[in-house]
Write a protein that binds this ligand. Sequence first.
Ligand SMILES: Nc1nc2c(ncn2[C@@H]2O[C@H](COP(=O)(O)OP(=O)(O)OP(=O)(O)O)[C@@H](O)[C@H]2O)c(=O)[nH]1
Ligand SMILES: [Mg+2]
Length: 225
Amino acid sequence: MLMHVINIGHDVFKANDKIAEKNRKKLDKHLVFSLNVMGAIGSGKTTLIEEAIRHLKDRYNIAVIAGDVIAEMDASRFRKFGIPTIPVNTGKECHLDAKLVEKALNDIDLATTDLLLIENVGNLICPVDFNLGEHLRVVIVSVTEGDDIILKHPMIFKTAELAVINKVDIAHAVDVDAEKMKNDILSLSPSVPVILTSKYDRESLESWIGFIEKELREMQRNKVD
Ligand SMILES: Nc1nc2c(ncn2[C@@H]2O[C@H](COP(=O)(O)OP(=O)(O)OP(=O)(O)O)[C@@H](O)[C@H]2O)c(=O)[nH]1
Ligand SMILES: [Mg+2]
């Protein structure tokens, strides 16, 4: 019985990976650099994506896929920038999957897009096993989750290619040591870049936005060469 359950899970992931591969090929073909922004509920995913859009939209054509269990609040926060925004409601599911992204990609003009920002559903568990075809897996946590959060949810930090610790402006108020959180991430994944951010601290936002821009340029250069 247990074997049966495990096999079903394996098949689901395999099927998802196949579609993710197709998504990736499609994105590569059009030189669209894509981010899968995962992270805890309320950690600041939408806020940091908004900041990235605000500062990159004059130089790059940006589109967003806004994943949420229900409602379109985040999508309307992105739409105010006048960029293509595709809301995806997952219903009972606690993560986006490659099929949902494949469908959303049909509504985006990839030929005129440089950067695709995908906000996953807020949590640190379900999105881990579902590749979307993205180029960069980002995980965002904030100090308000408490400084045990990293070691309680190791898998997402082991698979992320960028980790962000947000809301460091209120670390003191919630009695959390952001440096401990950073060290915990590095203990799980020693070479992953870790950025500490606050929406009130311009320099920290520039690190976040600069990282995205550097990766985007590198991807486009590699694909053109
Ligand atoms: N103090 C502080 N508050 C922040 C910061 N970043 C985001 N917030 C606030 O945290 C709340 C949640 O931010 P969102 O960006 O909506 O978080 P989210 O991860 O997209 O949330 P969900 O999509 O619901 O999971 C909002 O009230 C933000 O203004 C920060 O750096 N410092
Ligand atoms: Mg959000």
